[in-house]
Design a protein around this ligand. Structure first.
Ligand code: THU
Length: 144
């Protein structure tokens, strides 16, 4: 298996994990279900879904759920995240991370190398670096 093939296998696995999270999405207000799968540098996967709230602002996006689960278990180094989303959990287009989630990624990831996989299915996805999604981002390096 070549590198490209291995990367494709990992991306497909992440799409599968992210889609699996749609079943747990708690989105009674927007009806928009989101799932995420985060790959740590040690090879472990952390999943997340969006969790809404009657007061609206406490809502947590799927991406941040995955990051906070991982960081709360001691992870600090990450390679990639896969995101899927759609109204009522039906995947019709790409769901890009909100600004707050991009900023959380900026805290723990190298923007030049961290991969953000936006997926509709295992056959249909596209990959961006965090830097492409958050150019000129402000991160921990700015404070040293
Ligand atoms: N949402 C996510 O979980 N991730 C995104 O990347 C975009 C938005 C959630 C928040 C809210 O529960 C619903 O989608 C509608 O905004």
């Amino acid at each position: 298996m070549g590198y490209q093939e291995m990367d494709r296998k990992i991306a497909e696995k992440m799409v599968e994990l992210a889609i699996g999270q749609l079943a747990y999405s708690y989105a009674p207000y927007s009806g928009f279900k989101v799932g995420a799968a985060l790959l740590a540098e040690n090879g472990k996967f952390y999943t997340g879904c969006n969790i809404e709230n009657a007061a609206y602002t406490p809502t947590n996006c799927a991406e941040r759920t995955a990051f906070f689960k991982a960081v709360s278990e001691g992870e600090r180094a990450f390679c990639a995240i896969c995101i899927v989303g759609g109204k009522d959990g039906v995947l019709t287009g790409y769901t890009a991370p909100c600004g707050v989630c991009r900023q959380v990624m900026m805290e723990f990831c190298n923007p030049n190398t961290f991969q953000v996989i936006l997926a509709v299915s295992k056959e249909k996805y596209k990959i961006f670096t965090l830097k492409e999604l958050l150019p000129l981002g402000f991160g921990p390096e700015n404070l040293v």
